[in-house]
Design a protein around this ligand. Sequence first.
Ligand code: SAH
Length: 353
Amino acid sequence: MTKLLNILLSQIRQTGPITIADYMKTCLLHPNYGYYSKQDPFGANGDFITSPEISQMFGELLGLCLAQNWIDQGMKPFALVEAGPGRGTLMIDILHATKLIPEFHQNMTIHLIEESIELQKIQKEKLSGFRAQWHTSIHTIPNKAPYFIANEFFDALPIRQFKRAAKCWEEILIGEKNGKLVFYLGNKIPLYSIPHHIENTKIGDVVETCIAAKPIIAVLSDRIKNYGGCAIIVDYGDDDLVGNTFQAVKNHKKINTLKLPGDSDLTAHVDFKELTRDISEILVTKTTPQGILLDRLGINDRTKKLTSHIPDYQKTIHDAALRRLTHPSEMGSLFKAIALYPSASFAPAGFDL
Ligand code: SAH
C-alpha cells in the first residue's frame, strides 16, 4: 500500500469521507508524496504530454500574441506571469520568441506561480539565463499590468462533484470500504447553491464546481481592470459543462481515479463560461478551439519556416507536431482558449468577442 493511500485512509477513518477537492489537492500537491511534488510527469516518457512539450511553436505564437497586445496597450512596464509552468518550456519559448522585441524584455519582470518545489527546481534551471521570481499563489504578483498565460493549469485545480436529486444536490465524496477508497454519496445541499445548473440538469446528472479557480480569476481581472494587461488561458474543456469529467492518467492512459493516489495525474475539464462568470468591467473573449487559435496566429507559416532548410526526417517531426496541436481529432478542438483584456482595449490576436 502506498504511503499516500495510508494517509488518505487514516484521514477518512478519523474525520469521515473527504471531498474530491481534498483528494485532488492531497494527491497532486502533498509536500512529500504528491504527484507534482515528487516527479517530472511531462513528455513522451512521462504520463502525459502538453502542447508546449510537443512543439516550440505553441509558446512562440502565444508569446508573440502577448507581445502584440502589450504593444497595442502602449508598451508600459508589466509583469509576465505564468501559472503552473511545469518544466518551464512554455515560458522559455515565450522569452526566446519575444527577444525580437527588446522593449518587451526591458519593461518586464517575470513571475512563475508554482506550488511544487520539485518543479520549481526544474523551472529555475531552465530559466537560469533570466531574472525571474517564483510565487506559490497569484496574490503576490506585483501591482502592475499582468501579461498572464496558463496552459493546463486550471484543470489541475481541485473540483467538487454534485449529483442532482429531486430537491437537492448530493455531494460525491470519497470514503473507505475494506481498506479501499470508494465513492460515497453524502452532504445534501439546496439546489439554489449551484444556480447555473438548475435549468440544464435532470435527476441523476453530475456537475462540477471549482472554487479554487475563482480567487485566481478575481485577482487577475482586478489587476487587468486597474493596470491593463491581458490573460490567455488554454485548457481542455468547454462552456456550460454537465457531467463527470474527473479523470486520472498514468502512462498516457486513463485509469480509475481512486486507483493510484499520488502516482497518477488527476484533472477535470475546465468550464470556461463558469470560470469567468463573475467577471465584470473587463472583457472575456469567446471560447476558441486551440486549432483555430493557432491557425489564426500563423502556425502553418511557422511550420513552413521551421522546415524550410532541414532534412526530411526532421520535417516530419514539425509536421506531426502541427497536426497534433491543431487537428480536431487530436488537440485542436478538445483544447480551447479564452482571453481576458481591458474594456477600452483590443482583444489579443486570434481571439474575438
Ligand atoms: N503548463 C505546463 C504544465 C501543466 S501541469 C505545461 O503546459 O506543460 C500543471 C502545473 O500546475 C504543474 O506545474 C503543477 O505543479 C502546477 N500546479 C498545480 N496545482 C497548482 C496550484 N494549486 N498552485 C500552483 N501550481 C499548481
